[in-house]
Design a protein around this ligand. Structure first.
Ligand code: FAD
Length: 406
Protein backbone atom coordinates (compact mmCIF):
# COMPACT_ATOMS: atom_id res chain seq x y z
CA UNK A 1 0.00 0.00 0.00
CA UNK A 2 1.27 3.47 -0.88
CA UNK A 3 0.84 5.86 2.04
CA UNK A 4 2.03 8.94 0.15
CA UNK A 5 -0.55 11.45 -1.01
CA UNK A 6 -1.84 10.92 -4.53
CA UNK A 7 -1.64 14.09 -6.69
CA UNK A 8 -5.30 14.84 -5.89
CA UNK A 9 -4.72 14.28 -2.15
CA UNK A 10 -1.58 16.44 -2.22
CA UNK A 11 -3.61 19.22 -3.86
CA UNK A 12 -6.30 18.85 -1.18
CA UNK A 13 -3.65 18.99 1.56
CA UNK A 14 -2.17 22.19 0.10
CA UNK A 15 -5.62 23.75 -0.11
CA UNK A 16 -6.43 22.75 3.49
CA UNK A 17 -3.06 24.00 4.77
CA UNK A 18 -3.40 27.32 2.94
CA UNK A 19 -6.87 27.81 4.42
CA UNK A 20 -5.67 26.99 7.94
CA UNK A 21 -2.61 29.21 7.65
CA UNK A 22 -4.84 32.08 6.60
CA UNK A 23 -7.51 31.56 9.27
CA UNK A 24 -6.14 29.67 12.34
CA UNK A 25 -3.38 30.18 14.92
CA UNK A 26 -0.49 27.65 14.90
CA UNK A 27 -0.44 25.34 17.93
CA UNK A 28 1.99 26.19 20.71
CA UNK A 29 2.94 23.26 22.97
CA UNK A 30 3.97 25.81 25.63
CA UNK A 31 0.63 27.60 25.61
CA UNK A 32 -1.42 27.32 28.80
CA UNK A 33 -4.67 26.21 27.12
CA UNK A 34 -7.29 24.58 29.32
CA UNK A 35 -5.91 21.05 29.76
CA UNK A 36 -8.51 19.08 31.64
CA UNK A 37 -11.34 21.52 30.95
CA UNK A 38 -12.83 24.78 32.17
CA UNK A 39 -14.94 25.68 35.20
CA UNK A 40 -18.62 25.23 34.26
CA UNK A 41 -20.40 28.52 33.75
CA UNK A 42 -17.16 30.55 34.08
CA UNK A 43 -16.37 33.46 31.78
CA UNK A 44 -13.41 31.43 30.44
CA UNK A 45 -15.74 28.60 29.45
CA UNK A 46 -18.23 30.98 27.81
CA UNK A 47 -15.38 32.61 25.90
CA UNK A 48 -14.10 29.17 24.77
CA UNK A 49 -17.57 28.17 23.52
CA UNK A 50 -18.02 31.51 21.71
CA UNK A 51 -14.62 31.18 20.03
CA UNK A 52 -15.35 27.58 19.00
CA UNK A 53 -18.69 28.69 17.47
CA UNK A 54 -17.04 31.57 15.63
CA UNK A 55 -14.40 29.21 14.25
CA UNK A 56 -17.03 26.68 13.18
CA UNK A 57 -18.93 29.42 11.33
CA UNK A 58 -15.72 30.36 9.48
CA UNK A 59 -15.28 26.69 8.50
CA UNK A 60 -18.91 26.42 7.39
CA UNK A 61 -18.88 29.62 5.36
CA UNK A 62 -15.70 28.49 3.58
CA UNK A 63 -16.87 24.93 2.89
CA UNK A 64 -14.59 23.21 5.42
CA UNK A 65 -17.17 22.14 8.02
CA UNK A 66 -18.18 18.47 7.83
CA UNK A 67 -15.55 17.21 5.37
CA UNK A 68 -17.41 13.90 4.85
CA UNK A 69 -20.96 15.23 5.38
CA UNK A 70 -23.07 15.23 2.19
CA UNK A 71 -23.11 18.55 0.32
CA UNK A 72 -26.90 18.74 0.55
CA UNK A 73 -26.55 19.15 4.33
CA UNK A 74 -23.83 21.81 4.12
CA UNK A 75 -20.85 19.44 4.19
CA UNK A 76 -18.01 19.13 1.72
CA UNK A 77 -19.04 15.69 0.42
CA UNK A 78 -15.39 14.60 0.78
CA UNK A 79 -13.73 11.24 1.33
CA UNK A 80 -12.40 9.60 4.47
CA UNK A 81 -8.86 10.17 3.20
CA UNK A 82 -9.60 13.88 2.89
CA UNK A 83 -10.96 13.82 6.44
CA UNK A 84 -7.72 12.26 7.63
CA UNK A 85 -5.62 14.80 5.74
CA UNK A 86 -7.72 17.60 7.22
CA UNK A 87 -7.27 16.18 10.75
CA UNK A 88 -3.50 15.96 10.23
CA UNK A 89 -3.28 19.56 9.09
CA UNK A 90 -5.71 20.82 11.74
CA UNK A 91 -3.65 19.14 14.50
CA UNK A 92 -0.90 21.72 13.80
CA UNK A 93 -3.24 24.56 14.71
CA UNK A 94 -4.95 25.82 17.82
CA UNK A 95 -8.54 25.00 16.84
CA UNK A 96 -10.16 22.31 18.98
CA UNK A 97 -13.51 20.95 17.75
CA UNK A 98 -14.52 19.46 21.15
CA UNK A 99 -17.61 21.64 21.65
CA UNK A 100 -19.23 20.00 18.63
CA UNK A 101 -18.42 16.36 19.37
CA UNK A 102 -21.94 15.35 20.45
CA UNK A 103 -23.58 17.37 17.67
CA UNK A 104 -21.53 17.20 14.49
CA UNK A 105 -19.74 14.01 15.54
CA UNK A 106 -22.69 11.98 16.87
CA UNK A 107 -26.18 13.51 16.51
CA UNK A 108 -25.41 14.62 12.93
CA UNK A 109 -24.45 11.21 11.48
CA UNK A 110 -27.44 9.72 13.35
CA UNK A 111 -29.90 12.20 11.83
CA UNK A 112 -28.38 11.79 8.37
CA UNK A 113 -29.00 8.03 8.62
CA UNK A 114 -32.27 7.82 10.57
CA UNK A 115 -33.83 11.33 10.68
CA UNK A 116 -36.99 12.40 8.84
CA UNK A 117 -36.66 14.91 5.98
CA UNK A 118 -38.13 17.59 8.25
CA UNK A 119 -35.60 16.82 11.02
CA UNK A 120 -32.70 16.96 8.56
CA UNK A 121 -33.93 20.27 7.15
CA UNK A 122 -34.44 21.80 10.60
CA UNK A 123 -31.38 20.59 12.51
CA UNK A 124 -28.40 19.71 10.32
CA UNK A 125 -27.57 23.21 9.04
CA UNK A 126 -27.48 25.03 12.42
CA UNK A 127 -25.65 22.01 13.89
CA UNK A 128 -22.89 22.03 11.29
CA UNK A 129 -22.52 25.81 11.39
CA UNK A 130 -22.09 25.59 15.17
CA UNK A 131 -25.11 27.82 15.85
CA UNK A 132 -26.82 25.14 17.96
CA UNK A 133 -24.89 22.99 20.42
CA UNK A 134 -25.89 19.44 21.30
CA UNK A 135 -25.51 17.11 24.26
CA UNK A 136 -26.10 13.38 24.71
CA UNK A 137 -28.71 12.30 27.28
CA UNK A 138 -28.03 8.54 27.31
CA UNK A 139 -26.37 7.37 30.58
CA UNK A 140 -28.36 7.05 33.79
CA UNK A 141 -27.43 6.17 37.38
CA UNK A 142 -28.56 2.57 36.64
CA UNK A 143 -27.55 2.41 32.97
CA UNK A 144 -24.01 3.09 31.80
CA UNK A 145 -22.14 0.15 30.30
CA UNK A 146 -25.50 -1.62 30.20
CA UNK A 147 -27.15 1.32 28.46
CA UNK A 148 -30.20 -0.69 27.36
CA UNK A 149 -31.17 -0.92 31.06
CA UNK A 150 -32.22 2.77 30.96
CA UNK A 151 -35.45 3.62 32.72
CA UNK A 152 -36.24 7.29 31.89
CA UNK A 153 -39.87 6.97 30.86
CA UNK A 154 -41.71 8.59 27.93
CA UNK A 155 -45.51 8.41 27.80
CA UNK A 156 -47.60 9.65 24.86
CA UNK A 157 -50.09 12.45 25.49
CA UNK A 158 -51.80 13.49 22.23
CA UNK A 159 -49.21 15.03 19.90
CA UNK A 160 -46.58 15.10 22.64
CA UNK A 161 -44.50 12.73 24.74
CA UNK A 162 -44.05 13.37 28.45
CA UNK A 163 -40.66 12.37 29.85
CA UNK A 164 -39.65 11.67 33.47
CA UNK A 165 -36.31 10.36 34.70
CA UNK A 166 -32.68 11.13 35.41
CA UNK A 167 -29.62 11.24 33.17
CA UNK A 168 -26.02 11.47 34.34
CA UNK A 169 -22.54 12.31 32.97
CA UNK A 170 -24.15 14.59 30.40
CA UNK A 171 -21.17 16.46 28.93
CA UNK A 172 -21.69 20.19 28.32
CA UNK A 173 -25.46 20.07 29.01
CA UNK A 174 -25.16 23.43 30.80
CA UNK A 175 -24.48 25.30 27.57
CA UNK A 176 -26.23 23.12 24.99
CA UNK A 177 -29.35 24.00 23.02
CA UNK A 178 -30.51 20.48 22.09
CA UNK A 179 -30.07 16.94 23.36
CA UNK A 180 -30.32 13.46 21.90
CA UNK A 181 -32.40 11.55 24.43
CA UNK A 182 -33.05 7.83 25.02
CA UNK A 183 -36.28 6.84 26.75
CA UNK A 184 -38.16 3.69 27.79
CA UNK A 185 -41.49 3.48 25.96
CA UNK A 186 -42.41 -0.18 26.45
CA UNK A 187 -41.70 -2.22 29.60
CA UNK A 188 -43.46 -5.39 28.38
CA UNK A 189 -40.69 -6.42 25.97
CA UNK A 190 -36.96 -7.21 26.51
CA UNK A 191 -34.90 -4.12 27.31
CA UNK A 192 -33.46 -3.44 23.83
CA UNK A 193 -36.92 -3.53 22.21
CA UNK A 194 -38.67 -0.83 24.23
CA UNK A 195 -36.39 2.18 23.71
CA UNK A 196 -37.31 5.31 21.74
CA UNK A 197 -34.91 8.03 20.57
CA UNK A 198 -35.91 11.73 20.80
CA UNK A 199 -34.49 15.19 20.15
CA UNK A 200 -35.16 17.51 23.09
CA UNK A 201 -34.89 21.28 23.36
CA UNK A 202 -32.72 21.77 26.48
CA UNK A 203 -34.71 24.88 27.42
CA UNK A 204 -37.98 22.93 27.78
CA UNK A 205 -39.60 23.47 31.22
CA UNK A 206 -38.90 20.54 33.58
CA UNK A 207 -35.20 20.11 32.67
CA UNK A 208 -32.86 20.69 35.62
CA UNK A 209 -29.10 20.64 35.01
CA UNK A 210 -26.73 20.10 37.97
CA UNK A 211 -22.90 20.15 37.55
CA UNK A 212 -20.70 17.19 38.63
CA UNK A 213 -17.16 17.98 39.83
CA UNK A 214 -14.17 15.95 38.62
CA UNK A 215 -10.67 15.13 39.91
CA UNK A 216 -9.29 18.09 37.87
CA UNK A 217 -11.49 20.47 39.86
CA UNK A 218 -13.69 21.39 36.92
CA UNK A 219 -17.24 20.27 36.09
CA UNK A 220 -17.36 19.17 32.48
CA UNK A 221 -20.48 17.10 32.86
CA UNK A 222 -23.81 17.16 34.68
CA UNK A 223 -26.75 15.29 36.11
CA UNK A 224 -29.92 16.15 34.19
CA UNK A 225 -33.26 15.61 35.88
CA UNK A 226 -36.33 15.50 33.61
CA UNK A 227 -39.70 16.17 35.23
CA UNK A 228 -42.80 16.13 32.99
CA UNK A 229 -40.74 17.32 30.03
CA UNK A 230 -43.00 17.61 26.97
CA UNK A 231 -41.50 16.70 23.58
CA UNK A 232 -43.40 17.11 20.29
CA UNK A 233 -44.04 13.78 18.53
CA UNK A 234 -42.19 14.99 15.41
CA UNK A 235 -38.97 14.98 17.46
CA UNK A 236 -38.93 11.17 17.59
CA UNK A 237 -35.99 9.75 15.57
CA UNK A 238 -36.78 6.48 13.81
CA UNK A 239 -39.74 4.39 14.91
CA UNK A 240 -41.39 3.96 18.29
CA UNK A 241 -39.55 1.31 20.36
CA UNK A 242 -36.86 0.96 17.69
CA UNK A 243 -34.45 3.45 19.26
CA UNK A 244 -31.73 0.87 19.94
CA UNK A 245 -30.87 0.56 16.23
CA UNK A 246 -30.64 4.37 16.02
CA UNK A 247 -28.49 4.39 19.17
CA UNK A 248 -25.99 2.02 17.56
CA UNK A 249 -25.27 4.62 14.87
CA UNK A 250 -24.63 7.25 17.56
CA UNK A 251 -22.38 4.97 19.63
CA UNK A 252 -20.29 3.82 16.66
CA UNK A 253 -19.81 7.46 15.66
CA UNK A 254 -18.82 8.26 19.25
CA UNK A 255 -16.16 5.54 19.44
CA UNK A 256 -14.76 6.51 16.05
CA UNK A 257 -14.76 10.15 17.08
CA UNK A 258 -12.94 9.48 20.34
CA UNK A 259 -10.50 7.07 18.69
CA UNK A 260 -9.92 9.25 15.64
CA UNK A 261 -9.49 12.39 17.67
CA UNK A 262 -5.87 11.92 18.71
CA UNK A 263 -5.03 15.60 19.04
CA UNK A 264 -1.41 14.83 19.99
CA UNK A 265 1.05 14.83 17.10
CA UNK A 266 4.61 13.51 16.73
CA UNK A 267 5.75 17.14 16.65
CA UNK A 268 4.15 17.64 20.10
CA UNK A 269 6.12 14.70 21.52
CA UNK A 270 9.40 15.95 20.04
CA UNK A 271 8.80 19.48 21.35
CA UNK A 272 8.04 18.08 24.78
CA UNK A 273 11.32 16.15 24.84
CA UNK A 274 13.33 19.14 23.61
CA UNK A 275 11.70 21.38 26.20
CA UNK A 276 12.78 18.94 28.95
CA UNK A 277 16.43 19.18 27.79
CA UNK A 278 16.68 15.37 27.95
CA UNK A 279 16.70 14.58 24.25
CA UNK A 280 20.05 12.72 24.57
CA UNK A 281 18.81 10.36 27.27
CA UNK A 282 18.36 6.90 25.62
CA UNK A 283 15.45 5.97 27.94
CA UNK A 284 13.62 9.19 27.07
CA UNK A 285 14.27 8.63 23.36
CA UNK A 286 12.93 5.08 23.54
CA UNK A 287 9.72 6.16 25.27
CA UNK A 288 9.24 9.02 22.81
CA UNK A 289 9.68 6.58 19.91
CA UNK A 290 7.12 4.23 21.51
CA UNK A 291 4.52 6.99 21.81
CA UNK A 292 5.11 8.18 18.24
CA UNK A 293 4.87 4.61 16.91
CA UNK A 294 1.48 4.18 18.60
CA UNK A 295 0.31 7.46 17.08
CA UNK A 296 1.21 6.27 13.63
CA UNK A 297 -0.58 2.93 14.13
CA UNK A 298 -3.68 4.77 15.34
CA UNK A 299 -3.57 7.08 12.35
CA UNK A 300 -3.89 4.18 9.90
CA UNK A 301 -6.41 2.36 12.04
CA UNK A 302 -8.50 5.55 12.06
CA UNK A 303 -8.29 5.65 8.29
CA UNK A 304 -9.54 2.06 8.11
CA UNK A 305 -12.59 2.90 10.22
CA UNK A 306 -13.25 6.12 8.29
CA UNK A 307 -13.03 4.18 5.04
CA UNK A 308 -15.61 1.61 6.10
CA UNK A 309 -17.94 4.38 7.24
CA UNK A 310 -17.58 6.35 4.01
CA UNK A 311 -18.14 3.16 1.97
CA UNK A 312 -21.36 2.56 3.88
CA UNK A 313 -20.14 -0.64 5.56
CA UNK A 314 -20.43 -0.73 9.34
CA UNK A 315 -17.12 0.00 11.09
CA UNK A 316 -18.49 -2.14 13.94
CA UNK A 317 -16.04 -3.66 16.37
CA UNK A 318 -12.98 -2.08 14.74
CA UNK A 319 -14.06 1.25 16.22
CA UNK A 320 -13.69 -0.41 19.65
CA UNK A 321 -10.09 -1.33 18.83
CA UNK A 322 -9.52 2.26 17.74
CA UNK A 323 -10.97 3.64 20.95
CA UNK A 324 -8.86 1.28 23.07
CA UNK A 325 -5.76 2.32 21.13
CA UNK A 326 -6.58 5.96 21.76
CA UNK A 327 -6.99 5.54 25.52
CA UNK A 328 -3.72 3.56 25.69
CA UNK A 329 -1.96 6.34 23.80
CA UNK A 330 -3.40 8.96 26.14
CA UNK A 331 -2.06 7.04 29.14
CA UNK A 332 1.40 6.56 27.68
CA UNK A 333 1.73 10.13 26.46
CA UNK A 334 0.54 11.61 29.74
CA UNK A 335 2.68 9.28 31.88
CA UNK A 336 5.66 10.20 29.71
CA UNK A 337 4.93 13.94 30.01
CA UNK A 338 4.66 13.64 33.80
CA UNK A 339 7.88 11.60 34.05
CA UNK A 340 9.67 14.36 32.12
CA UNK A 341 8.13 17.02 34.38
CA UNK A 342 9.27 15.19 37.54
CA UNK A 343 8.38 16.99 40.78
CA UNK A 344 7.34 20.14 38.89
CA UNK A 345 4.33 18.12 37.65
CA UNK A 346 2.79 19.02 41.02
CA UNK A 347 3.04 22.80 40.46
CA UNK A 348 -0.10 24.88 40.18
CA UNK A 349 -1.23 27.05 37.27
CA UNK A 350 0.30 30.19 38.81
CA UNK A 351 3.77 28.66 39.18
CA UNK A 352 4.20 26.80 35.88
CA UNK A 353 1.14 27.08 33.61
CA UNK A 354 2.42 24.77 30.85
CA UNK A 355 3.36 21.92 33.22
CA UNK A 356 0.15 22.39 35.18
CA UNK A 357 -1.78 21.95 31.94
CA UNK A 358 0.00 18.65 31.31
CA UNK A 359 -0.80 17.56 34.88
CA UNK A 360 -4.49 18.37 34.25
CA UNK A 361 -4.37 16.29 31.07
CA UNK A 362 -2.72 13.47 33.02
CA UNK A 363 -5.60 13.52 35.52
CA UNK A 364 -8.14 13.81 32.74
CA UNK A 365 -6.93 10.65 30.93
CA UNK A 366 -9.37 8.52 32.96
CA UNK A 367 -12.27 10.30 31.30
CA UNK A 368 -11.50 8.73 27.96
CA UNK A 369 -11.19 5.25 29.53
CA UNK A 370 -14.84 5.53 30.64
CA UNK A 371 -16.64 7.90 28.25
CA UNK A 372 -18.03 6.36 25.08
CA UNK A 373 -17.91 2.87 26.65
CA UNK A 374 -15.28 1.75 29.16
CA UNK A 375 -12.05 -0.03 28.24
CA UNK A 376 -13.43 -3.26 29.73
CA UNK A 377 -16.59 -3.06 27.66
CA UNK A 378 -14.58 -2.34 24.48
CA UNK A 379 -12.48 -5.43 25.27
CA UNK A 380 -15.66 -7.50 25.61
CA UNK A 381 -16.76 -6.29 22.17
CA UNK A 382 -13.37 -7.07 20.63
CA UNK A 383 -13.31 -10.49 22.34
CA UNK A 384 -16.75 -11.45 21.13
CA UNK A 385 -17.00 -9.89 17.70
CA UNK A 386 -13.43 -9.98 16.44
CA UNK A 387 -11.75 -12.82 18.35
CA UNK A 388 -14.85 -15.04 18.48
CA UNK A 389 -14.57 -15.67 22.22
CA UNK A 390 -17.64 -16.78 24.23
CA UNK A 391 -20.11 -13.96 24.93
CA UNK A 392 -20.55 -12.03 28.19
CA UNK A 393 -23.29 -13.40 30.48
CA UNK A 394 -26.59 -11.65 29.61
CA UNK A 395 -29.17 -13.19 31.89
CA UNK A 396 -31.81 -10.49 31.27
CA UNK A 397 -31.56 -10.38 27.47
CA UNK A 398 -34.89 -12.10 26.75
CA UNK A 399 -36.76 -11.01 29.88
CA UNK A 400 -39.45 -8.30 29.68
CA UNK A 401 -38.02 -5.04 31.09
CA UNK A 402 -40.66 -4.87 33.84
CA UNK A 403 -39.62 -8.33 35.13
CA UNK A 404 -35.88 -7.58 35.42
CA UNK A 405 -34.96 -7.28 39.15
CA UNK A 406 -33.88 -3.68 39.84
C1 FAD B 1 -15.71 12.26 30.37
C2 FAD B 1 -16.99 11.54 30.23
C3 FAD B 1 -17.99 12.09 29.47
C4 FAD B 1 -19.22 11.44 29.34
N1 FAD B 1 -20.18 12.05 28.61
C5 FAD B 1 -21.39 11.47 28.51
C6 FAD B 1 -22.44 12.14 27.82
O1 FAD B 1 -22.28 13.25 27.31
N2 FAD B 1 -23.64 11.54 27.75
C7 FAD B 1 -23.87 10.32 28.32
O2 FAD B 1 -24.99 9.82 28.17
N3 FAD B 1 -22.89 9.65 29.01
C8 FAD B 1 -21.67 10.21 29.12
N4 FAD B 1 -20.67 9.59 29.83
C9 FAD B 1 -21.00 8.34 30.51
C10 FAD B 1 -20.29 7.12 29.98
O3 FAD B 1 -20.85 6.69 28.77
C11 FAD B 1 -20.37 6.07 31.09
O4 FAD B 1 -19.54 6.52 32.14
C12 FAD B 1 -19.90 4.73 30.63
O5 FAD B 1 -20.80 4.16 29.71
C13 FAD B 1 -19.77 3.76 31.84
O6 FAD B 1 -20.93 3.72 32.56
P1 FAD B 1 -20.92 3.90 34.17
O7 FAD B 1 -20.12 5.14 34.46
O8 FAD B 1 -22.33 3.87 34.61
O9 FAD B 1 -20.09 2.68 34.72
P2 FAD B 1 -20.63 1.19 34.95
O10 FAD B 1 -21.33 0.71 33.73
O11 FAD B 1 -21.40 1.15 36.22
O12 FAD B 1 -19.28 0.41 35.09
C14 FAD B 1 -18.51 0.36 36.30
C15 FAD B 1 -17.30 -0.51 36.07
O13 FAD B 1 -17.72 -1.85 35.75
C16 FAD B 1 -17.14 -2.28 34.51
N5 FAD B 1 -18.09 -3.10 33.77
C17 FAD B 1 -19.41 -2.83 33.59
N6 FAD B 1 -19.98 -3.81 32.85
C18 FAD B 1 -19.00 -4.67 32.53
C19 FAD B 1 -18.96 -5.90 31.78
N7 FAD B 1 -20.06 -6.39 31.18
N8 FAD B 1 -17.77 -6.54 31.65
C20 FAD B 1 -16.63 -6.04 32.24
N9 FAD B 1 -16.63 -4.90 32.99
C21 FAD B 1 -17.78 -4.23 33.12
C22 FAD B 1 -16.84 -1.00 33.77
O14 FAD B 1 -15.81 -1.18 32.81
C23 FAD B 1 -16.42 -0.05 34.89
O15 FAD B 1 -15.07 -0.24 35.20
C24 FAD B 1 -19.44 10.20 29.98
C25 FAD B 1 -18.44 9.64 30.76
C26 FAD B 1 -17.23 10.29 30.91
C27 FAD B 1 -16.17 9.68 31.76
Amino acid sequence: MDFDDSPAEAAFRLEARAFLEAHAKPKDINSVGHGGGLVAGSEAEKQHVREAQQWQAVLYDNGWAGITWPKEYGGRGGTSVQQMIWNQELAKFDAAPGVFAQGIGMAGPTLIKHGSDAQKARFLGPMLRGDELWCQLFSEPGAGSDLAALSTKAVQDGEEWVVNGQKVWTSSAHYCDWGILLTRTNVDVPKHQGITYFLVDMRTPGIEIRPLHQITGIAHFNEVVLTDVRIPAENMVGDLNRGWGVTMTTLTSERTLIGGNAAITSADVIKLVKRSGRGDDPVVRERAAGVITQMEILKYMGLRVQTSISQGTAAGAVSSVLKLGYTKLQTEFNDFAMSLAGASGMLGADDDPATHRRAQQFLNQWSSKLGGGTDQVQRNIVGERILGLPGDVRADKDVAFKDIPK
